[in-house]
Design a protein around this ligand. Structure first.
Ligand code: GDP
Length: 529
């Protein structure tokens, strides 16, 4: 197969949802279609179990699963599909945000009864900002839920999307009879038998034909006819380019648990979902079909075995072919590195591979030279943008609880921050260290891992900060900026890249500061250039 054919047969995407909407179940059914797993239950949920948040075994269990499910790859009809795992728990949202920098499209799963939930809103917003193509899958149609039109309205309003249904339910809950596939023009009858792998599909080229009445009954057939007419009146025709530009989102209905409507979703997905996309770097736009390899680190997974300080850096290949034992430039360190055992990921295992293509993810063994956002090339100096740190919402001082282990503590903190577990800020005034996180659970993770992996102990102390923002002065030398630095000295810190950060003690004081110093820009992500 040629290089171009390899690129064109790849689809790299993420499934996003609020916890419990059915992401794990859908992933599993997709893998079953690909023959990547043999039975249901093989995909482990990366969910934090309710009430188990302070159970350290739970944290380890979660981390173990998280490395196993980071990338789930399978082949379906000649297409190589890479599913990137996105934790649904809000305390790990940052991990998910970063993973979204490595996907070429997403599928959004929504629970038909619960509709659009909080976590869905946040994640979709990130995708919208990046114009990532999205397909919406409305799940659990075997249960009573919201009216399909109301739900489509809700998706448009709460998520700011423009939708067009490509399938439509016939009844719901007890009355759920099946799905009319607008995309393929056929009817899928629901039998409620989850053991069946592939359900029966019946071609209906003309909705007016009385065959439909025979299949689903006269009442349901008439309702469907009216609803499809309404759909065609209200929603725009599907347009592949609009979808690819993030301007139009097709919607499918189904039931992941019953494996119903999933094949339709997958068949449409492989046809319309984008092949690996071009990516912007600080110097130029890089196309996947360029001969030379480039890629970036979007995730680091560390120390599953505490005896070996090994880490696995996940690299998304943007262009060219990644080859084993070939020296590549680590741009930030200006060093050439070779990788003798790059891992490729398959459904439930990882294997050493000789060659990988754009869209693929390789896992590189690392002893601490990578951090999130790092770029690898064949020699060209460029840096991929778009793996920002997000403004944390929880802040605590971190103190050393074992003076004999201060080196271990420093090293542990350093590596955990490179992994993106949390962010470290150093106060300008007194050099004290502050850990900022997106979710409170991270503090326990850090404490636990510092102790078990680095032999260091820490304690925390509360700090009254509501929001951190990155400060960009118009001119470092102007009086306004000088005054700001003097007046706000107590609230200023540096992040790990030595960028200046303002730690506002309340949203109100942040607003006041913004008003008082109009020439200074306050950013909510670290990457603002
Ligand atoms: P995740 O948190 O988004 O990964 O959700 P899961 O896939 O773990 O699903 C959450 C719960 O919803 C589980 O108990 C599933 O069995 C259930 N579930 C998933 N899909 C369906 C469906 O189509 N119908 C019904 N009735 N339940 C479902």
């Amino acid at each position: 197969m040629s290089f171009l054919e390899e690129i064109n047969r790849r689809r790299t995407f993420g499934i996003i949802s609020h916890p419990d909407a059915g992401k794990t179940t859908l992933t599993e059914k997709l893998l079953l279609f690909g023959g990547a797993i043999q039975e249901a239950g093989a995909v482990k949920s990366n969910k934090i179990k309710k009430g188990a948040t302070s159970d350290f075994m739970e944290i380890e269990r979660q981390r173990g699963i998280s490395v196993a499910t980071s990338v789930l790859a399978f082949e379906y009809n000649g297409i190589k599909i890479n599913i990137l795992d996105t934790p649904g728990h809000k305390d790990f949202a940052e991990d998910t945000f970063r993973t979204l920098t490595a996907v070429d499209s997403v599928i959004v799963v929504i629970d038909v009864a619960k509709g659009v939930e909080e976590q869905t809103e946040k994640l979709v917003e990130v995708c919208r900002m990046r114009n990532i193509p999205m397909i919406v899958f409305i799940n659990k149609l075997d249960r009573e839920g919201k009216d399909a039109f109301d739900l489509l309205d809700e998706v448009e309003q709460k998520l700011g999307l423009k939708v067009t249904p490509l399938s439509f339910p016939i009844g719901m809950g007890y009355e759920f009879k099946g799905i009319y596939n607008i995309w393929e023009k056929n009817v899928n009858l629901f039998s409620g038998d989850s053991r069946k792998d592939i359900e029966e599909t019946i071609e209906i080229s003309d909705l007016a034909s009385d065959e439909l009445d025979k299949l689903v009954g006269e009442d349901a057939a008439n309702t469907l006819r009216e609803e499809i007419e309404l759909v065609q009146g209200i929603y725009p025709d599907f347009d592949k380019d609009a979808y690819k530009n993030g301007e139009l989102q097709p919607v499918f209905f189904g039931s992941a648990l019953n494996n119903f409507g999933v094949r339709e979703l997958l068949d449409c997905f492989i046809e319309i979902a984008p092949t690996p996309r071009s990516k912007q770097s600080d110097t130029r736009l890089v196309d996947p079909d360029e001969k030379k390899f480039t890629g970036f680190v979007f995730k680091i997974h560390a120390n599953m075995d505490p005896n070996h300080r090994n880490r696995l850096a996940f690299v998304k290949i943007v262009s060219g072919e990644f080859k084993r034992n070939t020296p590549y430039l680590h741009v930030r360190n200006n060093k050439k590195l070779k990788f003798s055992s790059p891992n490729a990921f398959f459904a439930e295992k990882k294997e050493i591979v000789d060659i990988s293509y754009p869209g693929d993810i390789v896992g590189l063994q690392d002893t601490g030279s990578f951090k999130i956002g790092d770029t690898l090339t064949e020699g060209e100096v460029l840096n991929y943008k778009g793996v920002p740190s997000f403004s944390p919402e929880h802040f605590r001082y971190i103190n050393n609880a074992d003076p004999l282990k201060s080196k271990q503590l420093a090293k542990g903190i350093d590596q955990l921050m490179d992994e993106g577990v949390a962010q470290l800020f150093t106060l300008e005034l007194n050099g004290r260290k502050v850990i900022g996180t997106v979710g409170a659970l991270q503090y326990e993770v850090i404490q636990y891992r510092l102790e078990h992996e680095y032999g260091a102990k820490c304690t925390y102390e509360n700090l009254n900060v509501a929001k951190a923002c990155w400060v960009e002065p118009e001119d470092e030398k102007n009086d306004e900026f000088k005054e700001f630095k003097q007046v706000k000295q107590r609230f200023l810190a540096k992040d790990k890249q030595d960028q200046l950060v303002f730690l506002a003690d309340s949203m109100f004081s942040l607003q006041m500061t913004q008003q008082k110093y109009p020439s200074i820009k306050f950013h909510f992500t670290s990457e603002y250039n």
